[in-house]
Design a protein around this ligand. Structure first.
Ligand code: OGA
Ligand code: NI
Length: 364
C-alpha cells in the first residue's frame, strides 16, 4: 500500500516548534472551533468525578472474599467506565520512575540524535510526530516514540534508543513486568465475563500475543486552548496500560457526554479497554473515547503499553456471549486489518469501531 510508505508532508517536530519560543501555533495544529478543548457545547468538562481506583493487592491472593471483591470492582469499572487506575499492581515503582526518566532524557536530547530514529507510516516504529497519512490533516501537539515489544520476532532492539544507555534494558524489563500485569487483567476480565479464565488470553493468541509501547511527549504549547495533544480516539487494541507523568494532568476520558480530567494517583497505572475487547465481549465492555489536552507551563511524558491480539487471528464476539437475545454485533476481522485502517486515518473518536458493526457497511 503506497500511501503507507512515506509521510504526505515534511515532518515537523512539535518539540522544536515549542522550543523555538513561538507565540502562536502554526495553522496545521489549530482545531476547528467545535473540537477545541473547552468549547464544544454539550461536552463540558466535569471536574467533580474521577475514574475508579482499584487496589489489586488481593487479586488472585489467598483470601477468597477479598479476591472476589477485587474482581467485582474490576467488573464494574469495565462496565461503567472502560477506564480505571490500579495500585498495588505488582510493577516496581522504582522501575516505573527509571523508565519514565530515561524517556524524558531521550526527548531532552538534541534533535539530531532523535532524528536517527525517524519513523515511517509503514510500521510506525521509531520517532514520530503524526498519526495518519492524510495530506493537510490537522495535527496533534505531540511527538512520540513507538516500538514493538511482542511477539519477540518483531522486537527490534536496534531500533530502540541507544541513548540514554539504560533505555533498552529498562524497556525490556518494564515491558516484561507490564505484560504480567496485562495477563492478570485479562484473566480477571475473562472471569468477570463468565468465560473460562484463559479465554481472552487464548483469543489474543496465548503466548503469541502482540504488545507495543508508545511513549508520548507533549511539549509546552503557547496556545493550548486551540489544539489537542491527542485527538479523541479509542485504543484499537486489547488493553492499554498507561504510565502518566507524575505531576502534569492532560488525559481526559469521555463519560456521559462530558470530559473528565484524570487525576492520577501516585505510582498508579491507568488501564483502559480497547476496541478488540469490545468486539470479543460483544460490547458488554466498551472501549472509551479519550483525548489529551496540553498546557503552556509544563511538557508531559506518558508511556502507553498496548497489549494486543496476535495480528493475524480473527477476532469476533465470544460464542458464549452471543445468543438469540444478543446477536453478534461484529463480524470477524484480524487485528492487522483493523490496524491498517486506523493507521491510514489517524485518531477519529469511536467512528472506527462503530463502523465495524455487522449491520453497517464494512470499511474495507
Ligand atoms: C494513547 C493515549 C494518553 C496520554 O497513547 O493512546 O491515549 O495520557 N495516551 O498520553
Ligand atoms: Ni489512547
Amino acid at each position: 500500500m503506497n500511501s503507507l510508505l512515506s509521510w504526505p508532508e515534511p515532518v515537523v517536530r512539535v518539540q522544536s516548534l515549542s522550543e523555538n519560543g513561538i507565540r502562536t501555533i502554526p495553522g496545521q495544529y489549530i482545531k476547528p472551533i467545535t473540537d477545541r478543548p473547552e468549547l464544544k457545547p454539550g461536552s463540558e468538562i466535569d471536574e467533580h468525578v474521577d475514574i475508579p481506583v482499584i487496589d489489586l493487592r488481593n487479586l488472585f491472593g489467598k483470601d477468597r472474599a477479598l479476591h472476589d471483591e477485587t474482581l467485582r470492582r474490576i467488573a464494574s469499572a469495565c462496565e461503567d467506565w472502560g477506564f480505571f487506575q490500579v495500585v498495588n499492581h505488582g510493577v516496581s515503582h522504582e522501575l516505573m520512575k527509571r523508565t519514565r526518566d530515561a524517556w524524558r532524557e531521550f526527548f531532552d536530547s538534541p534533535l539530531e540524535s532523535k532524528q536517527l530514529y525517524a519513523n515511517s507510516p509503514s510500521t510506525y516504529e521509531g520517532y514520530g510526530s503524526r498519526l495518519g497519512v492524510e495530506k493537510g490533516a490537522i495535527l496533534d501537539w505531540c511527538d512520540y516514540f513507538f516500538l514493538n515489544f511482542l511477539p519477540v520476532v518483531l522486537r527490534n532492539e536496534s531500533k530502540w534508543p541507544a541513548q540514554p544507555t539504560s533505555c533498552r534494558e529498562l524497556v525490556a524489563e518494564y515491558g516484561a513486568e507490564v505484560t504480567k500485569l496485562c495477563e492478570r487483567l485479562l484473566k480477571a476480565m475473562s472471569m468477570n465475563l463468565e468465560l473460562q479464565e484463559n479465554y481472552l488470553q487464548n483469543a489474543f493468541g496465548g503466548d503469541d500475543v502482540g504488545a507495543c509501547l508508545r511513549v508520548n511527549f507533549y511539549p509546552k504549547c503557547p496556545q493550548p486552548e486551540l489544539t489537542l495533544g491527542l485527538s479523541p480516539h479509542s485504543d484499537p487494541g486489547g488493553i492499554t496500560v498507561l504510565l502518566p507523568d507524575h505531576d502534569v494532568t492532560g488525559l481526559q476520558v469521555r463519560n456521559n457526554g462530558k470530559w473528565i480530567t484524570v487525576k492520577s494517583v501516585p505510582n498508579a497505572f491507568i488501564v483502559n479497554v480497547g476496541d478488540q475487547i469490545q468486539v470479543l465481549s460483544n460490547a458488554i465492555y466498551k472501549s472509551v473515547e479519550h483525548r489529551v489536552i496540553v498546557n503552556s507551563e509544563k511538557d508531559r511524558v506518558s508511556l502507553a503499553f498496548f497489549y494486543n491480539p496476535k495480528s493475524d487471528l480473527l477476532i469476533q464476539p465470544a460464542e458464549e456471549l452471543v445468543g438469540a437475545d444478543r446477536p453478534a454485533l461484529y463480524s470477524p476481522m484480524t487485528f492487522e486489518e483493523y490496524r491498517i485502517y486506523i493507521r491510514m486515518n489517524g485518531p477519529r473518536g469511536k467512528i472506527q469501531i462503530e463502523s465495524l458493526k455487522s449491520n453497517r457497511k464494512s470499511p474495507f
